[in-house]
Design a protein around this ligand. Structure first.
Ligand code: FE2
Length: 209
């Protein structure tokens, strides 16, 4: 469980409906701008203690990649003392947890809020990661299975898209990581966006990624 000792700023909007999402680059509401991530919902046909049966389709996707973490793995692995990230130029990810849970970190220096941490589970739907966004994920000791239904354009080349980027020489990403993150969690059957009030933030007790 996550322990929060701070004043939280909650929003109770439903992020699982595509119609209610603001696109990540939509800055029409410039005042009081709050970065929104997109979560593509699944359609559950049957959910019982023994059976989960659901439609996981993502409209337009043309890639289906499975990433299995056996235990507490990190994707991509660290470069010594430096974290590494994936960043795609010709692919939009849609990461759906099939089994277990996965913690994603997203960094995009071009966003007003460049740092996001998502505690992703299956109920949240498929986390969309726009092209140009640095991302990595970790599992706990239980491991996890993620299905990424990607949307690839005609310039997609796996040799270029899946090469980890080390933060060793990326001061810009290191700086973005220092910004207070926005947290996304599943609570009371809905996705919640949580941002700590920096004025009242004196302590932070969270899982260290
Ligand atoms: Fe990716």
């Amino acid at each position: 469980m996550i322990t929060f000792l701070l004043t939280l700023v909650y929003e109770n909007e439903d992020y699982s409906s595509p119609n209610k999402h603001r696109c990540s680059t939509d800055k029409t509401v410039k005042e009081d701008f709050e970065m929104r991530l997109n979560f593509v919902p699944t359609h559950v046909f049957r959910e019982t203690p023994q059976v989960s049966f659901f439609d996981a389709g993502v409209k337009g996707s043309n890639g289906s990649d499975v990433v299995i973490h056996h235990g507490n793995a990190i994707s991509p692995p660290n470069d010594g003392d430096y974290k590494q990230y994936y960043v795609h130029r010709h692919q939009i990810d849609h990461n759906l947890v099939i089994e277990g849970s996965r913690i994603f970190t997203l960094i995009n220096p071009e966003w007003d809020e460049p740092h996001h941490i998502i505690y992703l589970n299956r109920a949240m739907g498929a986390l969309q990661i726009p092209a140009g966004t640095f991302h990595r994920s970790t599992s706990n000791q239980e491991g996890s299975i993620v299905l990424n239904q990607a949307l690839r354009d005609e310039k997609f080349n796996p040799k270029n898209e899946f090469t980890p980027v080390s933060l060793r020489d990326r001061k810009d990403i290191q700086e973005a990581l220092k910004k207070d993150p926005v947290y996304w969690v599943w609570e009371k059957d809905q996705i919640k966006r949580i941002k700590f009030d920096p004025i009242q933030s004196k302590k932070k007790v969270l899982y260290k990624l």
